[in-house]
Design a protein around this ligand. Structure first.
Ligand code: NAP
Length: 378
């Protein structure tokens, strides 16, 4: 028996995992729509161009797309070309998988200056995302500040510090590679408002920073010798590994590498200075009392021509979607009858690509419960 008709809005990882899980349980026709002409969302526009192993997951998505019951339609913008309401009238099931594609804004003076970009823009630029190919970030500067201590911040400093030889296996567009190669960048600062223990980057990504051909990692904070506090086993393992990696960085002999990546912790951005474009950024030293972040009044300033904020994402507003705290209002994936959410739009911008698999299974279960008689084994 034919299953309910399904449309999935968004063709990134969460959209594809939802299509895969639904197609396993239901004999449904599944249409995947995307605003861009090309599929794969974050894999194409978000994953760093030198992380080709991660990007290979698109081969698996292509296999899913080739299933008889699945079709991809690009160049369709929801809210412009067709509304959610119209889609809900046409299809039995609507699954929203639009991710969180807009930068959270750093709410300090000067954040609107030229030369300040969010990571969605900057990463989009070096990944050839059509929205950002004309960004023209100012790379004609010796100092670049990246704010945030997550994996996106690490991606950005790594891409800016690799040599063209190290980027040979990447799919970075030529315009971005040429701009980075021509740039006089000497110092990259990756600045966290909390400490190395609280940093969100994972260890594989951090370790890569110690193996760069022309860039030396420098840690500008005393590292704790032991961990206080209660952590899950997993968190404890990651933190201990990160501390060990940062300690190893501290013991690397100063060498003649041309670039430096400075890990600055406990520095909260307070103001970006400049007339028409960024000239420097001011930070206030912080300390943690329990979980509370306190300011100390001690100010530091870094001269720089480019500031990139990598402080997280929020979803695009679309008519017909009720967004609160960065996610669509939903109960375990269900927004309303026949209307579901998966991925970052459901649970916020966290986790790795594979985390979205569970979201796909979750909605496939909900849909097959609702359309019991139409399941493959129903
Ligand atoms: P993230 O992991 O949430 O990190 C955001 C960082 O921004 C945190 O250090 C946070 O500090 C800081 N921050 C937030 N607001 C701030 C403010 N107002 N001022 C200063 N700092 C601020 O986010 P992300 O790096 O965007 O990554 C998103 C997700 O994608 C994560 O799950 C990440 O692991 C994943 N990802 C994975 C990979 C990979 O596996 N290679 C690559 C890229 C992304 P606090 O902790 O103090 O809030």
């Amino acid at each position: 028996m034919k299953g309910p008709s399904v449309v999935i809005i968004g063709s990134g990882p969460s959209g594809f995992y939802a299509a895969e899980s639904i197609s396993k349980k239901l004999n449904s026709d599944i249409d995947i729509l995307d605003r861009l002409p090309t599929p794969f969302g974050l894999i194409r526009g978000g994953v760093a161009p030198d992380h080709q192993t991660t990007k290979k997951i698109s081969v698996a998505y292509t296999k899913i797309a080739k299933k008889e019951q699945i079709n991809f339609f690009g160049n369709i913008e929801i809210g412009k070309d067709i509304s959610i309401e119209e889609l809900r009238e046409i299809y039995d099931v609507v699954v929203i998988a639009i991710g969180s594609e807009i930068d959270k804004k750093l709410e300090i003076n000067g954040s609107n200056l030229k030369g300040v970009h969010g990571s969605a823009e900057f990463v989009g630029w070096y990944n050839g995302h059509p929205d950002y190919v004309n960004l023209e970030p100012n790379l004609n500067t010796e100092n670049v500040v990246v704010i945030g201590n997550g994996n996106v911040a690490i991606d950005i400093v790594r891409v800016l510090s690799k040599t063209s030889e190290e980027m040979l296996d990447s799919d970075i567009p030529e315009y971005a590679l040429n701009s980075i190669n021509k740039s006089p960048i000497k110092n990259l600062y990756m600045v966290g408002r909390r400490g190395p223990v609280e940093a969100k980057f994972t260890n594989v990504e951090l370790r890569e920073m110690g193996n760069l051909k022309n860039c030396l990692p420098i840690v500008n904070t005393n590292l704790p010798n032991k961990l206080d506090g209660n952590y899950s086993d997993r968190d404890q393992r990651i933190i201990e590994k990160n501390l060990e990696t940062l300690k190893n960085f501290s013991s690397i002999e100063k060498n003649d590498k041309e670039k430096r990546i400075n890990f600055n912790f406990f520095q909260k951005p307070i103001e970006i200075i400049g007339n028409d474009k960024v000239e420097s950024i001011k930070f206030e030293k912080t300390k943690l009392e329990g979980n509370e972040l306190k300011s100390t009044g001690e100010i530091a300033e870094i001269n720089c021509g480019l500031v990139i904020t990598a402080i997280g994402y929020k979803p695009k507003e679309i008519p017909g979607l009720k967004i609160s705290d960065g996610v669509v209002t939903n109960k375990n994936g269900e927004i309303d009858t026949g209307f579901y959410a998966v991925g970052w739009i459901r649970r916020g911008p966290t986790g790795v690509i594979g985390t979205n698999k569970a979201d796909g299974e979750l909605v496939a279960d909900l849909i097959s419960k609702k359309f019991k008689t139409q399941t493959k084994d129903g």
